[in-house]
Design a protein around this ligand. Structure first.
Ligand SMILES: Cc1ncc(COP(=O)(O)O)c(C=O)c1O
Length: 422
């Protein structure tokens, strides 16, 4: 038995779909021209699915900070944060995060995935409970699988279900409720105030992942907890540098006085190399500028309103009734439709993400658009025009396929066809 035989159904599925040119799950950006454009297959494409919410990947200050750090400190640290991998930049980045969030302690991880993996699996041990939303990100699920706590799942965004489940747990047990400010697939927000209230009433500590809300939710871009005025109720904030900050890395913040001990207990922090100095320097620069990016935030929200209402007018089924985040998810019933539309959009000069089960909630097939402050109004209109053209072409090709299907079916039943093929 070959170890890879278990993947035969996946190989067969990918072969059956036959999407090779281009394969929506294997797009190559040959050149990236800006925060909103890239060359793909020899053509200039508008990027409308990159999580580059604040358009920071080409920020001139962040780039020059990274270049300077590269010259001064080299290309990498070649070590863990607890050995040779903590440079003055890593400490400065943690101070920058503490200042940005107005919290006492920050820990920087090498990715947001590792921040969730490390925090959740380390905070909750044997005999403790972790209670997560059913639509949680893979990093939260993987953290639960890695740790030794008992895991419970509540219905997505259901305050009632969370409360019911918390009430069944032993009063004295330590409990961690894990929430996200914005859910990454449909782009919907959590009713954080209510969810946190029932968690606190049950004596639970609360971790909120603001990966998809940092930068543009709240007065200074701290996320949904800031916008709703509930930050003082949150015990741990997790986030990433791979979206609004425009680079890579993850973090966790807390006011807990014992927080620092986690540096010596959290395996995804300890047993991996730290972020390269250039990444650290660009993250510091970006976070500093995000605080006062009020105009960018206003432009981003105006862009999203325009895309959301435009797609709704075109008759697409969207993940949220109104705008809740810069993620605008377009829902489809089948993988064929999803991949077909993605390819047609690329042909029209627009890239968006494809998302399908098991990554998506309720087995929905999604074209996931994420807009940024870097998109111009004209680009948003081009994205809308591309959706309209792709929709028309897809409907036309479906009609053709149906017609071909009908003809083939008729041929199969026709005595003439039987003679001709027999
Ligand atoms: C909610 C959430 N948390 C964490 C992560 C992981 O972030 P990173 O890309 O830094 O690993 C993601 C990434 O998409 C996410 O959506």
């Amino acid at each position: 038995m070959d170890l890879l035989d278990k993947f035969d159904p996946l190989i067969a599925e990918r072969d059956r779909m036959g999407y090779r040119d281009p394969d929506p799950l294997n797009i190559v950006m040959d050149e990236v021209l800006s925060a909103t454009e890239a060359m793909i297959n020899g053509r200039k494409i508008i990027l409308a699915g990159t999580n580059n919410y604040m358009g920071m990947t080409f920020d001139p200050d962040a780039i020059s900070a990274a270049k300077e750090a590269l010259d001064k400190f080299g290309t990498g640290t070649t070590g863990s944060r607890i050995l040779n991998g903590t440079y003055q930049g890593h400490k400065a980045l943690e101070r920058e995060l503490e200042d940005f969030y107005g919290m006492d302690h920050a820990m920087v991880f090498s990715t947001g995935y590792q921040a969730n993996l490390g925090m959740i699996s380390t905070l909750a041990g044997r005999g403790d409970y972790v209670i997560i939303d059913a639509d949680s990100h893979a990093s939260i699920y993987d953290a639960c699988a890695m740790g030794n706590a008992d895991i419970l799942r509540f219905r997505h965004n259901s305050v009632e279900d969370l409360e019911k489940r918390l009430k069944r747990l032993p009063e004295n047990a330590a409990k961690l409720v894990v929430l996200e400010g914005v859910y990454s697939m449909l782009g919907d927000r959590a009713p954080l105030a209510e969810l946190i209230a029932v968690s606190k009433a049950a004596g639970a500590q609360v971790l909120v992942d603001e990966a998809h809300s940092m930068g543009f939710c709240g007065e200074t871009g701290r996320g949904v907890a800031q916008e709703l005025g509930v930050e003082d109720q949150v015990d741990f904030i997790v986030g990433t540098f791979s979206k609004s900050v425009g680079t890579v890395g993850g973090f966790c913040l807390s006011n807990h006085p014992k927080f620092d001990v986690l540096r010596f207990a959290c395996r995804p922090y300890m047993f991996t190399a730290s972020l390269p100095p250039s990444v650290v320097a660009s993250a510091i620069s970006s976070i500093r500028s995000l605080k006062n990016a009020h105009n960018k935030r206003a432009h981003l929200w105006a862009n999203v309103e325009r895309l959301h209402s435009g797609l709704k007018d075109l008759g697409f089924k969207l993940g949220t009734k109104s705008v809740e985040s810069p993620i605008v998810a377009v829902c489809f019933d089948s993988q064929e439709e999803l991949f077909g539309m993605c390819q047609l959009l690329l042909a029209e000069g627009v890239y968006v993400n494809v998302a399908r089960p098991p990554a998506t909630p309720m087995g929905i097939y999604l074209l996931r658009c994420s807009l940024g402050a870097g998109h111009s109004v004209e680009q948003v209109d081009q994205i809308l025009a591309a959706f309209k053209a792709a929709q028309e072409k897809f409907s036309a090709s479906e009609t053709l396929r149906d017609a071909a299907g009908d003809k083939n079916a008729a041929d199969r039943q026709s005595p003439d066809a039987a003679v001709a093929t027999g």
